[in-house]
Design a protein around this ligand. Structure first.
Ligand code: GLA
Length: 405
């Protein structure tokens, strides 16, 4: 057994290796910067939530789409549960004017970006854009290299609140140097703009990006399939110590609702992104989603785990080696969020003991965040009293465990 400390908690005790099971317990982070930009955290104190055009629409972006999405974010109830940013990804830009100012596609954005931003703001939402640190974006549109200050001023004039900065055509550049230019240029405008760093984990951003941006991608692009989710979970989990209020690992945007996975798989995808305190950036067509998909994206109790103010990235605390994992995320009120995760096709039993999730033996109130079921469970520290739940194939049982006395 080894003792560890985590912010706001007394010493938590995590399980040592037990026969045949891999214990991945490592100390919680105490090294991540307390405030990325010094002083109080004003940007992304909890992981950003919103929508981005890329996963579903690719280059097919327009002001009509953005207006429709902003309306849908309100009408679907998503704004109500915390979704905030409406972000246009690649392909909105076509040129630079003689003054160096970036030019939006006049056919697709005939009203201009300021009008689009105003529309989004009028709905109580925030507005985001995409650019690239290199000379061109991934889709060959004009990038920001050498124009960081001009672009920052333009974005501020338009009312941009969030900027995703990609890394195509940038391999000869230094990522910390280039991204710091954006941070400085944004700060110089006096407007709060979230900086979303998107260099796919190439330059170990978990080591430096927290000083510069609010979130940084840790992997290559997500795809709308189960293998992609599994692979990203493993990769993003490795860097859990780097995350905290104002600076988050970004395992990429959500694919929930895009059609390539089952509802169960989308529920797992969403649950585990919440466990990892990931930015929750929907990537589906919000104007046209089923009730099942909307119910996943708007589950307030799962979102509360993601948005918990303690800001600890949940992690794999136990991998049983046959496709069953236990994930745990300590929460500000002393509860622990738990995901029993079944990577296999068929149903199997999941189990967890309090010591595996850093709690002392004793009674706890347990709430299933997907079914709403509530019950009390007494884990007295013996194997016989572990909490057991059936896990559907490719499914997650997500629980909030609150010690009771
Ligand atoms: C890269 C990024 C994606 C998306 C595309 C746009 O692949 O990682 O998220 O922004 O570029 O071209």
């Amino acid at each position: 057994m080894k003792e560890i400390m985590s912010a706001g908690f007394a010493a938590l005790v995590l399980a040592a290796c037990t026969g045949g099971e891999t214990d991945r317990s490592v100390p919680e982070s105490s090294e991540a910067p307390a405030a990325a930009q010094g002083g109080a955290i004003t940007l992304a104190a909890t992981p950003p939530m919103g929508f981005n055009t890329w996963n579903r629409f690719g280059c097919d972006v327009s002001e009509t789409l953005v207006r429709g999405i902003a309306d849908a974010m309100v009408e679907s109830g998503m704004r109500e549960v915390g979704y905030e940013y409406v972000v246009i990804d690649d392909c909105w830009q076509v040129d630079r004017g003689p003054d160096g100012i970036i030019v939006p596609d006049p056919d697709r954005f005939p009203s201009g970006m300021k009008a689009v931003a105003d529309y989004v703001h009028e709905r109580g939402l925030k507005f985001g854009l995409y650019t690239d640190a290199g000379p061109k974006t991934c889709e060959g549109r004009p990038g920001s290299l050498g124009y960081e200050e001009v672009d920052a001023r333009t974005y501020a004039d338009w009312g941009v609140d969030y900027v995703k900065v990609d890394w195509c055509h940038s391999d000869s550049l230094s990522a910390p140097v280039q991204y710091a230019k954006f941070r400085e240029a944004f700060d110089a405008t006096g407007r709060d703009m979230v900086l979303s760093i998107c260099e796919w984990g190439r330059n170990r951003p978990w080591e430096w990006a927290g000083e510069i941006g609010q979130l940084w991608r840790t992997t290559a692009d997500i795809r709308d399939n189960w293998d992609s989710v599994l692979w990203i979970l493993e990769a993003n989990n490795r860097h859990h110590e780097a995350a905290g209020p104002g600076h988050w690992n970004d395992p990429d945007m959500l694919e929930v609702g895009n059609g390539g996975m089952t509802v169960e798989e989308y529920r797992s995808h969403f649950s585990l992104w919440a466990m990892m305190a990931a930015p929750l950036i929907a990537g589906n067509d919000l104007r046209d989603m089923s009730d099942e998909i909307r119910d996943i994206l708007t589950n307030e109790e799962v979102i509360a785990v993601d948005q918990d103010p303690l800001g600890v990235q949940g992690r794999i605390v136990l991998d049983r080696g046959y496709g069953a994992q236990v994930w745990a995320k300590p929460l500000a009120d002393g509860s622990v969020a738990v995901a029993l995760f079944n990577q296999r096709d068929g149903e199997m039993d999941g189990s967890v003991s309090w010591h595996e999730i850093g709690l002392d033996p004793g009674p706890a109130n347990v709430r299933d965040l997907w079914t709403g079921e509530e019950f009390q469970h007494l884990d007295d520290g013996t194997i016989a009293t572990r909490l057991r739940r059936p896990m559907p194939g490719h499914g997650v049982v997500m629980l909030r465990v609150t010690p009771a006395g």
